[in-house]
Design a protein around this ligand. Structure first.
Ligand code: ADP
Ligand code: MG
Length: 464
């Protein structure tokens, strides 16, 4: 079935299923914008509708759409210009709060009023924030990270009981995000309401809520959690409004015995542009650092990756890579990805030779690559303009190039996922992660793409 037909069919089913009031308020004016990469892009008339559809009604709509379309799909709701104009003609866009509240959908419309009031429904969260690759059993433990690992396990086993907040800090690529997500995955599995959010996404969410006057929803979203994992907190340094809101969120959660886990690139006392009260709150639980992994740990990590990816790399090669890579495990993974591709494509001899070349490229003094360097190189290789990659265009060739650029940005630069996203026309960290994973998957089987990516990568590493 064509995607737009599937949307139309789902739309009519939803009209029956959601009930008149809900459908009219949130979905009636939604329009099909496009379909790319198994994602439906749907235009809606304002930020309220977008929030409601993307968060609260998302699972329901996705289920219907997946059934109709016959394949797992995702949906991206976007505020759409033409829709806004349309809505402005028919009604005032600034819905008063009481009306908004009156229109909050409840899962079961027949539920008696006293029950609805007594037990507010907590909103559905976006499902894609946790990555199921980041698990405790994929985290190699040794003396450099044992303390922080055990603490994370304890937090996951007994949220809000042992260490609250739990504050993890350490340098780039040492596994902070992995640990936060592992706590999140473990808690989610046991039915806790979990949200993982990079601090920049928290900021964006807040700005969005203020702009669209949905701060009540914002608070409900964050304060209704059992476990909040906030990554790279250093990025809200100097942002007073965000810090203020975060302070209140933090207190609301911790005071009600909900777990907060924070990751940072430095110790709380070194968060110089933070309010004192926030810094001292961070130190009210356990502060644990994560140290660079030793050689044996790096080897063990490489062995884990090789077995997962099913590539047989000779032991001595693993050893050489581990020995010569920097402590940053992100770099290690960049090198590993390249070498794995080489071994998959070529014979043992050439691969050995190429591994050597890869390693020296990584280690010869090179400029620090930024996301823009990567975008430039990928645009050239795909015969596109840099602006195409940074635009919202979704033609499949542009999309593929964009995902390759995201993948390489992750491998070759120090930028965080939200930072990468912002260079690509303000995309979310989840979109970036999705793009990276997609390319990583395709590289396993697509030799043409592999060769192409490899070439761009070499160029970037060699370029002066
Ligand atoms: P950070 O958030 O500290 O910058 P990440 O959590 O993103 O670092 O880690 C970078 C990469 O290294 C990820 O792919 C992660 O899975 C991996 N990694 C880090 N530490 C370990 C470890 N001890 N065992 C296995 N993989 C690890
Ligand atoms: Mg991180």
């Amino acid at each position: 079935m064509q995607a737009n037909d599937a949307w139309t069919a789902a739309y009519h089913q939803l009209e029956l299923q959601l009930g008149r009031a809900r459908f009219d308020t949130w979905l009636r004016s939604a329009v099909y914008l496009g379909f790319e990469d198994n994602t439906f892009y749907i235009g809606v008339h304002n930020g309220y509708a977008q929030d409601m559809l993307q968060h609260r009604l998302y699972r329901h709509i996705r289920r219907v759409l997946t059934d109709v379309y016959g394949e797992e799909v995702e949906i991206q709701f976007e505020v759409h210009k033409a829709q806004i104009e349309e809505a402005n003609r028919s009604q005032n866009d600034e819905m008063p709060l009481f009306r908004l509240l009156a229109q909050q959908p409840s899962e079961d419309e027949a539920q008696p009023l006293h029950e609805i009031i007594g037990k507010p429904k907590t909103p559905d969260l976006p499902e894609s924030e946790l990555n199921d690759k980041y698990l405790f059993n994929r985290f190699i433990v040794n003396s450099s990270n044992q303390v922080v690992f055990e603490a994370a396990r304890a937090v996951a086993d007994y949220p809000a009981t042992v260490y609250n907040p739990f504050f993890v800090y350490g340098g780039v690529g040492l596994g902070k995000t992995h640990l936060l997500q592992a706590v999140g995955n473990a808690c989610q599995e046991r039915g806790y309401r979990v949200l993982y959010v990079p601090s920049e996404a928290f900021t964006n969410d807040l700005i969005h809520a203020i702009r669209n006057r949905t701060t009540a929803m914002f608070r409900e979203k964050y304060r209704g959690l059992d476990v909040l994992l906030i990554d790279d907190i250093q990025f809200i340094g100097g942002k007073e409004t965000t810090q203020e809101e975060f302070f209140h969120t933090f207190n609301a959660l911790v005071n009600f015995n909900k777990q907060v886990v924070v990751a940072s690139d430095r110790h709380p006392r070194e968060l110089a542009t933070f309010a004192d009260r926030l810094r001292s709150r961070f130190q009210g639980g356990l502060v644990a650092d994560i140290q660079p992994p030793e050689l044996e740990t790096r080897i063990a990590i490489l062995e884990l990756w090789a077995s997962e990816r099913n590539v047989s790399l000779p032991r001595d090669i693993l050893h050489v890579i581990a020995e010569r890579s920097s402590p940053n495990i992100r770099d290690l993974s960049g090198i590993f990805n390249q070498v794995a591709i080489q071994y998959r494509m070529g014979g043992e001899q050439t691969s050995r030779f190429r591994t050597e070349a890869t390693l020296s490229r990584y280690h010869s003094p090179r400029r620090r690559l930024g996301v823009l360097h990567v975008i430039k190189a990928v645009a050239e290789a795909f015969n596109l303009d840099m602006s195409d990659l940074m635009s919202k265009k979704r033609a499949s060739r542009i999309n593929k190039a964009r995902q390759v650029a995201m993948y390489l940005s992750r491998d070759l630069t120090d930028a965080s996922l939200p930072q990468i996203g912002s260079e690509f026309g303000g995309r979310s960290h989840t979109t970036v992660l999705h793009g990276c994973n997609k390319i990583a998957e395709e590289l396993e089987t697509d030799k043409v793409l592999s060769a192409r990516v490899q070439k761009i990568q070499n160029q970037l590493l060699e370029g002066g």
